[in-house]
Design a protein around this ligand. Structure first.
Ligand SMILES: Nc1nc2c(c(=O)[nH]1)N[C@H]1C(S)=C(S)[C@@H](COP(=O)(O)O)O[C@H]1N2
Ligand SMILES: [Mo]
Length: 304
């Protein structure tokens, strides 16, 4: 049986091995429904008529085996293979900068008295793939006030652990270590912003950023810094890893914006891991209603 491919889907979009099984499933379903899966127009329609599964969680196996965590190597499979060497207990979070209560906090104290809640969020990587992750986490807005940031705290800077003994990627010059990220104070205090400690109801696997990882779902995945050891309240917009590596490719804001292409590829569409067809990327990754107001008056083509 010859399977025709819609012309606008390059082979690279449909070849990942994890998709083969689902593709077969899809063809079986369409056959059972008596629809010719071989007509691109027809299978498009079938797909469009599929129930809204926009927040159907990506399988656990995919979320924990297809990762970006350069501290353990540049390929998507490196983190699952090598992050086992990271020791996450005990873990200390240092709080510094413009606040009344700086200090070093054992992770449990840092998070107390809050307990993690489940939040199912879309995650959109700048590389144009996406997932849906059922996080366990605590809104950052519940945690930060305890340190009493002062009026000079305009931004929050986050730092990943620096320990080449535990993180083999840090023995190379892949990035300028440690990995750094930042949010403007109002972004950090937005109710959608989480500090994740788990996923699928379990402890966060190392490859996903154990024991503490940022999640700001309206931004590209690289903003969600993993294995955080330091939070610093600063007055100036902090330097961030990807914006320093490639200022023309990655900005500080990194809001998901289908209208602003990455210089080397389009951001209009994305491939949801586990799905056959690409889908349209939504402004702010689908969270525009909640967050667009943070950016009124800003030119989001310039401030990408
Ligand atoms: N410390 C650190 N954090 C990181 C990265 C990294 O390389 N190092 N990669 C980022 C990128 S590019 C993405 S897309 C997400 C991927 O998260 P996931 O592996 O849990 O899907 O983590 C982000 N956080
Ligand atoms: Mo990413």
């Amino acid at each position: 049986m010859l399977i025709q491919r819609p012309a606008d889907i390059p082979p690279s979009e449909i070849t990942p091995p994890e998709l083969y099984a689902r593709r077969r499933e899809f063809l079986k379903t369409t056959a059972a429904l008596g629809i010719s899966a071989l007509l691109p127009g027809a299978w498009r329609e079938v797909w469009a008529a599929a129930p809204a599964d926009d927040l159907k969680p990506t399988p656990y196996k995919d979320i924990t085996s297809y990762n970006n965590f350069y501290e353990f190597g540049p390929s998507k499979t490196d983190p699952a293979e090598y992050a086992g060497s990271l020791k996450t207990k005990p873990w200390t979070v240092t709080v510094e900068g413009h606040c009344e209560k700086p200090g070093q906090y054992a992770l449990e104290d840092f998070l107390a008295p809050h307990s993690p809640e489940e939040r199912i969020y879309r995650l959109r990587c700048v590389e144009a793939w996406s997932m849906v992750v059922p996080w366990l986490g605590i809104p950052l807005s519940k945690i930060l006030p305890r340190f009493q940031p002062t009026a000079s705290a305009k931004y929050v800077e986050f730092t990943t652990l620096l320990d080449p003994a535990q993180m083999p990627g840090q023995r190379t010059r892949l990035l300028d270590w440690p990995y750094l990220e930042g949010l403007r104070m109002d972004e950090a205090m937005h109710p959608l912003t989480l500090l994740a400690t788990g996923l699928y109801g379990k402890e966060l696997p190392n490859q996903n950023g154990a024991p503490l990882r940022l999640v700001a779902p309206w931004k590209y995945g690289f903003k969600s810094i993993k294995s955080i050891v330091k939070i610093r309240f600063v007055e100036q917009q902090p330097r961030t890893t990807w914006a320093s590596e490639g200022p023309s490719e990655y900005g500080f804001y990194a809001n998901v914006n289908p209208e602003v292409d990455h210089p080397r590829w389009s951001q209009k569409r994305e491939r949801r891991i586990g799905e056959l067809f690409r889908r349209d990327t939504l402004p702010f990754n689908g969270y525009a209603e909640q967050v667009a107001g943070l950016y009124t008056g800003m030119d989001l083509r310039k401030n990408y």
